[in-house]
Write a protein that binds this ligand. Structure first.
Ligand SMILES: C[S@@+](CC[C@H](N)C(=O)[O-])C[C@H]1O[C@@H](n2cnc3c(N)ncnc32)[C@H](O)[C@@H]1O
Length: 527
């Protein structure tokens, strides 16, 4: 296809191109502005494509720069997660404890679901479900629980489903968009979760809430659409953790080493950014799972939650891009690592790369599950238990095994923040430990979450703080200067990675003040 050469508005010879999509050209800035209303809906740097493996997905229609924002979309439907600590159904903020332990939350005057206050009773999110509950004489029984205020209430599981169902009447166009999404209902129907849904939730909706006209399979299909496509929307500063459907964002495929990342703005719109340069024609991807997990763990999670077998480059490589996250050291030769003979076949044997002895998949899975359970049960309030875990497993697990990586990542967070381990309190040894762990994981981030990832950004923030702390403790002026210079470079990279994260801006400004003060102190000291 040849590029257009005449102005999209007046057909005169064009001199400038729309920088966002690079698909249309203009003779002047005025004509570009005038044409914007018409062009807006087509101004995209991606298009929808379909193939057998991924189904529908998005593909770049031009080269995309690192850090470029490529899509912003409002939620089509939004509501509580399947199980949630008490939240307000009007504004979706986690509810604050009442003033007195003996008091309860504010309750909606019609349906008794807890809310922030009277003003949230009229929220457009809550109105329709409230009417339905009140008409069926259903009253929520969620109360403030002073013993376990954060306890997740499973009663919330009905809300999002009801909101989807109510779209059919209130907004048929939105309901049509929702219904066009993938569901994997066939695969989900026999799972224990869907059996429980059928037995409890569907019965509740049909009999208690009087939705008898809705066929069971139609309600289950909506539940399956939510499970396949919903994003978790997190706004920590607003105390919000809910789920939402974004039909455009739902078209983005998964890759274990994705090229996009996403965040949410103040209005709970989803925003996708390019983590790295993306070439024209490349498939756009996000990760539906966690990068520190091993191939078996990631594939199992994707299969259970999203019903597909991932066959991305990382999953297909027995060495997992040289990370060997799922491998253990060979018990026999002690120098080789076990790798799967076919990582895309869960039942395939594992073989030592050096002495070639073989282990069955079942044994590998059992060992892996045991270790995962062990690490999840550790006390993560201080570094001791995690350090002990690393020490105890230092022979059978190598440096980049998933369990070791998870423990190391948790340690980077604890050194500098856990009680008794604040930055000022850290011993020289612990401070250096934090620096070493951050540097090690940063190297790894180039392989498993490359480019401007949040994983990399968070590690850089931790490293920068530790480096400045270290610099200020040094007596040697040359060493101190070198460390402060390193911190300046780190802060620059952090600013680039986090420039689209409003919640990070205050922290960055504070880090800059601290670093500038450290540089000034250093300059004054050497003068
Ligand atoms: C959020 S939807 C993405 C849009 C979907 N492809 C469609 O046609 O509606 C998630 C589903 O897309 C498919 N999918 C996404 N990434 C995939 C991948 N890397 N390999 C195989 N299937 C994938 C799976 O069926 C998955 O359950």
């Amino acid at each position: 296809m040849t590029s257009p050469t005449s102005c999209a508005l007046c057909q005169a010879r064009a001199t400038q191109v729309c920088a966002a999509c690079r698909n249309v050209v203009y003779c002047s800035r005025e004509h570009q502005k005038e044409h914007w209303k018409q062009h807006k809906s087509q101004c995209k740097c991606y298009e929808m494509d379909t193939n057998q493996l991924l189904g529908r997905h998005l593909r770049a229609t031009r080269d995309i720069r690192m850090g470029e924002q490529i899509m912003r979309e409002a939620p089509l439907v939004l509501g509580p997660k399947v199980a949630s600590p008490p939240i307000c159904l009007g504004c979706h903020r986690n509810l604050l404890p009442p003033a007195k332990r003996s008091d309860n939350f504010y309750k909606c005057s019609s349906c008794s679901w807890p809310l922030c206050g009277k003003e949230c009773e009229q929220s457009p999110y809550h109105r329709d479900e409230c009417r339905l509950m009140a008409a069926s004489n259903f009253q929520s029984k969620i109360n403030y629980n002073p013993v376990e205020p954060e306890l997740k209430e499973s009663a919330y599981c009905v809300i999002m489903l009801l909101r989807c169902m109510q779209l059919k009447q209130s907004n048929p166009a939105a309901f049509a968009k929702l219904s066009a999404l993938e569901d994997h209902l066939k695969e989900r129907l026999d799972t224990p979760l869907y059996q429980v849904l059928r037995a409890n939730l569907i019965t509740f909706i049909k009999t208690v809430l009087g939705q008898r006209d809705w066929p069971e399979m139609e309600i289950l299909r909506l539940a399956a659409i939510l499970d396949t496509n919903a994003f978790e929307v997190r706004q920590n500063s607003e105390r919000r953790k809910v789920r939402a459907i974004f039909p455009g964002g739902a078209m983005i495929a998964h890759d274990c080493v994705p090229n996009l990342r996403h965040r949410f703005d103040d209005d709970m719109n989803i925003v996708f950014l390019a983590k790295r340069k993306i070439a024209k024609g490349e498939i756009l991807s996000i990760s539906y799972t966690q990068p520190l997990r091993s191939t078996i763990q990631r594939r199992l999670h994707l299969k259970q939650v999203k019903c597909f077998d991932c066959a991305c480059a990382r999953c297909s490589d027995p060495t997992e891009l040289e990370i060997y996250a799922g491998s253990r050291m060979c018990e026999k030769c002690k120098v080789g690592k076990f790798v799967s003979v076919n990582p895309l076949q869960n039942a395939a044997n594992w073989k030592c790369q050096v002495c070639n002895i073989v282990k069955g998949a079942r044994e590998v899975l059992t060992q892996d599950a045991k270790l995962q359970q062990e690490i999840e049960s550790l006390d993560k309030s201080t570094p001791a238990a995690l350090e002990d875990f690393l020490y105890r497993h230092r022979i059978e697990l190598h440096e980049t095994n998933t369990h070791i990586l998870q423990a190391k990542y948790a340690l980077t967070q604890l050194y500098g923040s856990a009680p008794g381990f604040s930055m000022e309190e850290l011993s020289e040894k612990s401070l250096q430990r934090k620096i070493d762990l951050c540097e090690e994981l940063l190297q790894l981030s180039n392989l498993i979450d490359s480019g401007w990832s949040i994983f990399r950004g968070n590690l850089l923030i931790d490293l920068e703080e530790a480096i400045v702390t270290k610099a200020l403790r040094l007596d040697d002026a040359t060493e101190c200067e070198a460390k402060l210079k390193q911190a300046v470079e780190l802060l620059q990279e952090i600013a680039n990675i986090m420039k689209h994260e409003p919640e990070m801006q205050q922290l960055l400004a504070e880090r800059k003040v601290i670093l500038d003060a450290a540089l000034e102190r250093f300059t004054t000291a050497v003068e």
